[in-house]
Design a protein around this ligand. Structure first.
Ligand SMILES: Nc1ncnc2c1ncn2[C@@H]1O[C@H](COP(=O)(O)OP(=O)(O)OP(=O)(O)O)[C@@H](O)[C@H]1O
Ligand SMILES: [Mg+2]
Length: 369
C-alpha cells in the first residue's frame, strides 16, 4: 500500500470495561504513527450505538466524545456517518451506525474493547462478516479465552496445570444447592473463589470464607452467567506474560502484579490510583520465568490466539508450582498497563508495538486463500 493505511480504532462498548476501553484507545490513538496511518476513531456508547468521532482525542477518556459525536451527527449527518443501516428495532435512531460500509474506507480495525462485546468474539465476527482485517484474536480464540471453563479444559489437554474447580449450573442452583455445597466442601477447604464463566475484570467474582459466603457468592455469580466456577483458593503470587504474533508467537519477559486489595478485583484494577504494583521484570528465579514463558506460548497456541494476548499465571507460594489462570486477548492497553510495559522491558516500545500489531492484523488477513 503506497497511501497511508486507514486504521479504525473502536472504543467504549457495552461492557463493564467501557471506561478502561476509553483509556486504552486514547493511548493507542496518541501513539499511532501518523506518518504511516490515518486514525478513524469509532465510539460505541454503553447502549450500543456506533458513532464516528472526529473531535479532540483528549475528550475520549472523559466520555465527552459522546456528546460531541451526537452534535456533529445532528449538524452534518452525511459527513459523519459511513453508512447507516436501519437494523431491527424501530427505535434505532440515525446514530445507529453499523460498520458494514466501512470496508472501502477502513483498511484495518483496532478493537480497543475489553470484556464481553469486545474481547469475546462478537465484534470479531462482525468484522469477519464485513471483511475488514482487525487486530488481535479471531472469533474462536476470543470466545474461548473469555470462557473460563473451556479455556481450562484446553489448557489441561496441553498438560498445563490449572487450579482445581467445580462447575455449577445456575438453573440447578436452587434445587441442588445442597449437593453442590457437599461436592465443593468435599473437594476444597475454604476460602474458595466463585466466578461467572464468561465475564472479565473480576465482575461477579467473590472469595468465600465460609458456607454462608459461598451461597451468597453463587447467587451473585448467577446474576451474570448460566455457568459458574468454584475454584480452590491458592496462596499465590500473580505472574503475567505478554505474547505477540500469529503462527510463531513470541513471549515477553514476565511481570508480577501485587494487588492492593485482598484479591485483584475490579476496584483494585481501575480505581485505586495505581496502588496495585507492577513489578517488571518479576523477581522470580530464571527457571521459573522460563517455565512461565513456555507455558504462555503453549497456552496461546492451544487456544488459537493471534495478534496479542496477556497470559496470567499463579505461582503457588507453598509448592512453587505454576498454574495458568487465564488469557486476555485484549488486555488493558494504556501506557501504564502490564501488556505494553512487558514489551517495553523486552525491547519493543509502545509505538513500535502498535505498528507491529497492525502489521500482524494485515498479515493474518492476507494469509487467507
Ligand atoms: N483460585 C484463585 N486463588 C487465588 N486467587 C485467585 C483465584 N482466582 C482468582 N484469584 C484472584 O482474583 C483475581 C481475578 O480473577 P480472574 O483473573 O480469574 O478474573 P477476571 O475477572 O477474568 O480478571 P481479568 O480482568 O484479568 O480478566 C485474580 O487476579 C486473583 O487476584
Ligand atoms: Mg484476571
Amino acid at each position: 500500500m503506497n497511501r497511508k493505511v486507514n486504521v479504525g480504532v473502536i472504543f467504549g462498548g457495552k461492557s463493564a470495561e467501557h471506561e478502561v476501553s476509553l483509556m486504552s484507545a486514547t493511548a493507542i490513538i496518541n501513539a499511532i504513527d501518523k506518518e504511516k496511518y490515518n486514525v478513524v476513531p469509532i465510539g460505541i456508547t454503553k447502549e450500543g450505538s456506533w458513532m464516528l468521532y472526529s473531535g479532540p482525542i483528549e475528550q475520549i477518556e472523559s466520555g465527552e466524545w459522546e456528546g460531541i459525536s451526537n452534535k456533529l451527527l445532528k449538524d452534518k449527518p452525511k459527513e459523519n456517518v459511513f453508512s447507516i443501516i436501519p437494523v431491527g428495532k424501530e427505535d434505532h435512531s440515525i446514530e445507529q451506525v453499523v460498520p458494514m460500509g466501512l470496508a472501502n474506507k477502513i483498511d484495518v480495525i483496532f478493537p480497543a474493547l475489553h470484556g464481553p462485546y469486545g474481547e469475546d468474539g462478537t465484534i470479531q465476527g462482525l468484522l469477519e462478516m464485513a471483511d475488514i482485517p482487525y487486530v488481535g484474536a479471531g472469533v474462536l480464540a476470543s470466545s474461548l479465552c473469555m470462557d473460563k471453563i473451556y479455556a481450562k479444559k484446553l489448557f489441561e489437554l496441553e498438560g498445563l496445570s490449572v487450579v482445581e474447580y467445580v462447575v455449577v449450573l445456575r438453573n440447578k442452583l436452587k434445587k441442588n444447592m445442597g449437593e453442590y455445597i457437599a461436592e465443593i466442601e468435599e473437594k476444597f477447604e475454604y476460602p474458595v473463589f466463585i466466578k461467572p464463566a464468561n465475564l472479565g475484570s473480576s465482575v461477579g467474582i467473590t472469595k468465600a470464607h465460609d458456607r454462608d459466603e459461598m451461597i451468597k457468592g453463587l447467587n451473585e455469580a448467577a446474576k451474570y452467567d448460566r455457568r459458574i466456577l468454584v475454584e480452590r483458593s491458592i496462596e499465590c503470587r500473580e505472574i503475567e506474560c505478554a505474547v505477540l504474533g500469529n503462527d510463531d508467537p513470541m513471549a515477553s519477559v514476565v511481570g508480577e502484579i501485587v494487588p492492593s486489595h485482598e484479591f485483584y478485583d475490579y476496584e483494585a484494577k481501575y480505581f485505586d490510583d495505581g496502588k496495585s504494583k507492577l513489578i517488571i521484570p518479576a523477581d522470580i528465579p530464571k527457571n521459573k520465568s522460563e517455565e512461565v514463558r513456555q507455558m504462555a506460548i503453549i497456552a496461546y497456541k492451544a487456544l488459537d490466539c493471534t495478534g496479542l494476548s496477556r497470559v496470567d499465571f499463579f505461582l503457588e507460594k507453598e509448592t512453587n508450582k505454576i498454574y495458568i489462570n487465564e488469557i486476555n486477548t485484549m488486555p488493558g492497553f494504556t501506557k501504564y498497563s502490564m501488556y505494553p510495559l512487558l514489551w517495553q522491558e523486552t525491547g519493543l516500545p509502545y509505538d513500535k508495538l502498535i505498528d507491529k500489531l497492525i502489521k500482524l492484523a494485515l498479515e493474518r488477513y492476507d494469509d487467507r486463500y
